[in-house]
Design a protein around this ligand. Sequence first.
Ligand code: 5RP
Length: 236
Amino acid sequence: MPADLNPIDKAKFVAAKRAVDFVQDGMKLGLGTGSTAAWMVRCLAERVRDEGLRVTGVPTSRRTAELATSLGLDVRTLDEVRWLDLTIDGADEFDPNLNLIKGGGAALLQEKIVATASDQMIVIADAAKEVSRLGAFPLPVEVIPFGWQTTKALIEETLVSMDVLNREVSLRMNGERPLVTDEANHILDLHLGRIGNPRQLALVLNQIPGVVENGLFIDICDIVVIGEPDGKVSVR
Ligand code: 5RP
């Protein structure tokens, strides 16, 4: 373990390292995005270097692609590989059914495509990401820039029709400008507090013109590896 890690990074590191134990020789892997996923990419590169493990990685963002390439991993596009054995990624929240909120790092679109194209998805998280109900973390929704304010209004109307109490929707900014994702879209963050029916919300949001994808990952994750600040790891 790298020296001088703060407690949260230690929790992320131990979860990432344990998840990389699931990787077997010859696997095609989805490589997630975010600070926890970055530890996973580093741990994976270490196994490739030290054990001669042969793996192919499909990154879920430009950031991850740059990191994986810089560490010498064999990086391919999803179109080259088509189907993956395993995706390992972080999450912003996970609930007892292993449903997730993702997209805090604005990469939810590629992350969902890659995870869905995988036989198995393992989420790596520090223990603080575990919730009894999703929604304290603002739900990211990727929208196309054209008419985003209309899309925002349609999302707000939808939330009213679903009797959602807290329904503030904000455009994610990058300094003074709207954030632009790797797919050249924007992100609307839905501050809901609590999501009563994540499955229904995920379906309804994706019916709205202008919405590309939402950050609810329902029935996609198979295993969560949870790291604690004291270095303990549990697998759910
Ligand atoms: C990026 C994501 C990340 O996996 C999520 O935000 C968790 O990030 P971190 O590991 O830095 O806490 O969904 O879109």
